[in-house]
Design a protein around this ligand. Structure first.
Ligand SMILES: C[S@@+](CC[C@H](N)C(=O)[O-])C[C@H]1O[C@@H](n2cnc3c(N)ncnc32)[C@H](O)[C@@H]1O
Length: 211
C-alpha cells in the first residue's frame, strides 16, 4: 500500500538522501501547518512515552531526525533539556532552531555512520523517521551504538503491515533476538494522521540498550 496523500507519498517515495533532503527542504515552511491539518498524533504520543520513561535531568539526548521539533517542544516545556538534534534537511533544522529547545542542531543522515562517539548519549529519541523513503532499519544499529548501555531508545515506526513497513518490524525483533536491546514498552498501533491518510498506523517503542 502506498499513501493516497500526495505530500506523504512524495516523502515516503524518496529514493536517495538528496531526494529526502530536497523533499523536506521544500516542505519545511509548511510542515507544521500541514501535519497539524492531518491531525498528527505522533508528537503527543512520542512526548508522552518519553516523559513516562525518561527521568528529568537525563542528558545528553539524541533527537534523531528531529524535524521542526514538534515532538520535543512539550518536553522542553516540562523541564527536559540537553537535546541534540540531527536531521538530513537544513530547512527543517532552521525551523527547529527557532523553537529554542535544542542544545545543538546538526545536519546528519541516518542510514550512514553517524559522526558521534560510541555510548555518547544517555538516551535517544527518533519519532516519525524510521520509515520507507526516510531512514532505513539499519539506522537502529547506529542509534544503539551511540546510546549508553542501560540507556533507552524511544522511537516509532509504522505499525500497519505491508512490504514497506515489514522490514522495520523484522529488524527490531532481530535486534532483540541478538541481545542488542531489550523491549521495555510499546504503544498499541494507532492511526497517526487521521485527516491525512487514515490507513497509516504507527506505534512508539521503548528499548533498553544492552551492555
Ligand atoms: C515526519 S518528519 C518527523 C520530524 C520529527 N521527528 C517529529 O516527530 O516531528 C521526518 C524527519 O526525518 C528527516 N529525515 C528523513 N530521512 C532522514 C535520514 N535518512 N536521516 C536524517 N533525517 C531524515 C526529515 O528531514 C524530517 O525532518
Amino acid at each position: 500500500m502506498h499513501s493516497s496523500n500526495k505530500i506523504l507519498e512524495k516523502v515516503y517515495g524518496a529514493k536517495t538522501d538528496d531526494d529526502r533532503r530536497q523533499a523536506y527542504n521544500e516542505w519545511a515552511q509548511d510542515y507544521d501547518r500541514d501535519v497539524s491539518g492531518f491531525g498528527i498524533q505522533l508528537p503527543y504520543v512520542g512526548a508522552s512515552v518519553f516523559a513516562r520513561h525518561i527521568e528529568l535531568g537525563t542528558m545528553p539526548v539524541l533527537d534523531a531526525a528531529c524535524g521542526t521539533g514538534m515532538h520535543t517542544l512539550p518536553l522542553s516545556m516540562m523541564g527536559y533539556s540537553g537535546f541534540h538534534g540531527i536531521d538530513i534537511s537544513d530547512g527543517m533544522l532552521t525551523i527547529a532552531k527557532a523553537r529554542g529547545c535544542y542544545a545543538s542542531l546538526t545536519r546528519m543522515a541516518l542510514g550512514k555512520p553517524l559522526d558521534i562517539a560510541d555510548d555518547h548519549f544517555a538516551a535517544s529519541y527518533c519519532i516519525g523517521a524510521l520509515a520507507h523513503g526516510h531512514a532505513p532499519p539499519e539506522s537502529l544499529n547506529e542509534l544503539i551504538r551511540v546510546t549508553r548501555p542501560g540507556g533507552l531508545i524511544i522511537w516509532s515506526t509504522h505499525a500497519h503491515l505491508n512490504e514497506r513497513t515489514q522490514p522495520y518490524q523484522e529488524f527490531r525483533h532481530a535486534l532483540t533476538s541478538d541481545r542488542q536491546w531489550i523491549p521495555i514498552f510499546e504503544t498499541p498501533p494507532f492511526v497517526s494522521m487521521p485527516d491525512g491518510d487514515s490507513a497509516i498506523q504507527h506505534a512508539v517503542y521503548v528499548y533498553e540498550v544492552c551492555s
